[in-house]
Design a protein around this ligand. Sequence first.
Ligand code: NAI
Ligand code: MG
Length: 485
Amino acid sequence: MSKVDINKSWNYAAAPESTAHIQLKKKYDLFIGGDFVKPLSKKYFDTVNPANGEQIAKVAEANKQDVDRAVKAARKAFKSWSKLSVKERGKYIFRIARMMQERAREFAVIESLDGGKPIRESRDIDIPLAANHFFYYAGWSDKLEYAFPNKIPKPLGVAGQIIPWNFPLLMAAWKIAPALATGNTVVLKPAETTSLTALKLAELIQDSGLPKGVVNIITGAGETGAAIVSHPDVDKIAFTGSTEVGKLIQKSLAGIEKKTTLELGGKGANIIFEDAAIEQAVEGIVNAIFFNQGHVCCAGSRLFVQASVADVVIEKLKERISTLIIGDPLDKNTDIGAINSTEQLATIEKYIAIGKKEGADIYQPKCQLPKKGNWCPPTLFLNVSQSHTIVQEEIFGPVLTIQTFRTIDEVIEKANNTPFGLSAGVWTEKGSKIFKLSQKLKAGVIWANTFNKFDPASPFGGYKESGMGREGGLHGLKPYLKFKS
Ligand code: NAI
Ligand code: MG
């Protein structure tokens, strides 16, 4: 077995993406009723580049009155949008998709600049997938009567949508596209650390000629989100974010007729059997946890390796992560970008300290981290058990816990033993094992011999504390409809 040389330093030719073609304003207002309007709050906050801590732009902070203005605009637009022919509706959504493709490069660079993710991921995954969501749901808008036979599907009205910072434009697309396809209007709030691609989307929507007020994009932090949730004229809440805030939202809406979908945290199990293609599985482990710095609700953050191959898998994994390039998100060679915020970095570091304190063995390859900005090296924890905090709680960073198992029943029991149930991965050559695990694992998404693969046609959502409802596919339309017979 080869020994890992942790002192090896990796040199590579830097290949930074140019920012010359991107257009950003110094200050962004709220997008309400088809126009950018000054916030009644008169307040703005900074959005910063997490790779160097520098301010990129100022963004408006919407207060209760601003939220009310946005909801009124959406309500007004609902009258005509909900009555528009389904063909016309589809054309508008299709146009947004086309324009997003045309502007993909600019969206990708801004996504990486504002949020810290590697440009390769923004360019190859986030932005194309966001456009694909609009294409996919554009196609549904004139087929709802076939999707729900013997029922008359009716839109709900104004949808309040609150999204997180890990996939900013993609989450906006996940939320907006099905809402529009079903004839609803939207008030969307991006997360406070990643407002810029949502605001660029607002510009795109303005240019697309979508009727004014059909989509309103307002910026701000938790208070702004809470004001959307509690607004009496919002008919539906779609939320993606922490389990903590998801529970708060659900409590605050108890007894109120407001349809709610919650897509919350996860603690995905990634299970490697002894008969798996090992090299491929090691790549899969790396992708499952280090994709987007591990800021992924469905990340494979708990690795389970069958004991007979544990040594070889762990050795290969250590070797592989020592080759990962950490640094400038705009560099095309970068594998791990910046941690999204100083707050999130503090959370990750807190969990790393807890892991060590509770007696787990830590492994981090030697790597040079940039001096400015928020960074965390890829981190493995060995010798962990089910009761460890780092095995039970979502870390949302590049931190992987590693456990071993002997039998399939043992791993099913361990994999299911957290409060979450969003995703899982299974690596084996045996179809029967895949079949058994896909029946027994309590998770909304189960990947076999792959991980973190997404498609607009495929429903996504959680069991247990990972949330309620599904997004994507036909299932993603239902939460935006009520039915008459
Ligand atoms: P968060 O849940 O506070 O933020 C998500 C969104 O909710 C943001 O737009 C935020 O402004 C908004 N928000 C915050 N408080 C609200 C409230 N009371 N009412 C309505 N909206 C509110 O998540 P945060 O604090 O940024 O991250 C904390 C942890 O949450 C992470 O470490 C991670 O474990 C988890 N998380 C999970 C995500 C997922 O995709 N499931 C996404 C983001 C965070
Ligand atoms: Mg928060």
